[in-house]
Design a protein around this ligand. Structure first.
Ligand code: FDA
Length: 388
């Protein structure tokens, strides 16, 4: 007769392995199923190969969700400091890059090894495509290698970003099958594409403030062959109301562009109008000058104020015309997912289907850039693992 496990966990990624390890330590028998050949492939490529595994300042405000309080309980139950302590117990070196953002000193592989050591005693089955799930007295998971039975089922197959790494909508489909609602899914933390790309500027980077409404991020922006990327752009992309909703981009963050240009005019009255752009990267300055100042044959002193005001508007409140985003192929995360209203915030268990859990990126909880998404994976995984 088939063994009935206490828990079958779908997805051997960050959240799934964390839930597996926690449940196992609590005495549960656990099987983890994944269609990939190895665990944690997104962990391996994350943080440029160094995995930004947490953010010490992670709090509910750093997440997007239809219920902005939902993540509080899980984050409080397993904090960034808890994960850091685990990293240290495993002797893994770490570095704080930007404030609060912790990365492995050596390799993201150290985090996957940590998870596998923690999950010792769990049955891990890779190369195992999942055909479907049915529920009766127990959950029955149909796989290409036969049926797996378990008293609890954990949906942990992540989001839709990077399909070439095996991302799929399996958790969303199973959730729907059990009557759980799905909050509309869209790419998050994603580069934007321009209606008229600026390939000549590809590689130019500068600090900006990118804002939509009252939300703004001051950080780097980089021009790509097709559009705009860099941390400020990725962050604000998660706040777009549709892929054409362009952020306002301030290329002189922290300064008022109009007064900054006025000061340059006052300080260098005999200089050419292009000197107004002296604080921008040269290639970008040349590009803006050729579009806005090329017809001028005068000194700064003779430049009409209305031209300065128009230029200041372009530098301080650039509204790029977008053709969309780079989509899931380049998005770091999926926004939206399994509706949190269907889940208990303390355990991530379904309110209506006892034994069914959903964790990690499959759930409608999306973190900012900077280690928040992994912290959600750890916290939600532990919350479910403790409840199994
Ligand atoms: P995750 O994607 O980790 O795991 C899902 C697992 O389910 C995978 O093993 C997959 O193979 C499996 N699976 C999927 N479909 C299946 C199916 N149909 N059948 C069986 N198995 C299936 N975050 C952060 O905090 N810091 C960072 O540095 C980065 N960096 C980063 C870089 C890049 C390029 C990307 C794409 C993403 C990041 N992220 C990040 C985001 C982070 O990787 C992500 O939020 C977590 O991995 C989500 O953890 P989950 O366990 O939910 O899914």
């Amino acid at each position: 007769m088939n063994e009935v496990f206490d828990a079958a966990i779908l997805g051997a990624g960050a959240a799934g392995l964390m839930a597996a390890a926690t449940a196992r330590k609590g005495g549960a028998s656990v099987v983890v199923l994944d269609h990939a050949a190895e665990p944690g492939r997104k962990i391996l490529i994350s943080g440029g190969g160094r995995c930004n595994f947490t953010n010490l300042d992670a709090k509910a405000e750093n997440f997007l969700s239809a219920n902005r309080h939902f993540m509080r309980s899980a984050l409080a139950g397993y904090t960034p400091r808890d994960f850091l302590a685990l990293v240290e117990r495993h002797g893994i070196g770490w570095q704080e890059k930007a404030e609060g953002q912790l990365f492995c000193s050596e390799s993201a592989r150290d985090i996957v090894s940590l998870l596998l050591r923690e999950a010792e005693g769990c049955v891990l089955r890779f190369n195992t495509p999942i055909r479907g799930v049915t529920a009766g007295d127990v959950f029955r998971v149909q796989t290409d290698a036969g049926e797996v039975q378990a008293r609890s089922l954990v949906l942990a197959t992540g989001g839709l970003s990077i399909p070439k790494l095996g991302a799929s909508d399996l958790s969303l489909r199973i959730a729907r099958q059990f009557g759980l609602e799905i909050v509309k899914t869209v790419p998050g933390l994603v580069p934007l594409t321009l209606e008229t790309p600026l390939p000549d500027l590809a590689g130019v980077s500068l600090p900006v403030r990118a804002s939509i409404g009252k939300t703004g991020f001051t950080d780097g922006m980089v021009f790509t062959h097709r559009g705009l990327s860099g941390p400020a752009i990725l962050q604000i992309s998660s706040y777009q109301d549709g892929p054409l909703d362009a952020p306002a981009i301030d290329m002189m963050p922290g300064r008022d562009a109009r007064s900054a240009l006025g000061e340059i005019k006052k300080a260098r009255p005999r200089a050419e109008p292009t000197s107004l752009l002296q604080d921008l990267p040269q290639r970008l300055a040349r590009h803006i000058a050729s579009n806005t100042l090329a017809d001028l044959d005068c000194t700064l002193a003779n430049l009409p104020d209305k031209r300065i005001i128009a230029l200041a508007e372009q530098i301080g409140r650039w509204r790029p015309r977008l053709s969309g985003t780079e989509g899931y192929a380049k998005a770091e995360v999926m926004k939206g997912g399994i509706d949190t209203r269907a889940l208990l915030s303390k355990t991530l268990e379904s309110r209506d289907v006892p034994g069914l859990f959903a964790i990690g990126e499959a759930v409608d909880v999306t973190g900012w850039l900077g280690g928040y998404n992994f912290q959600w994976a750890w916290s939600s995984g532990v919350a479910a693992g403790r409840a199994i």
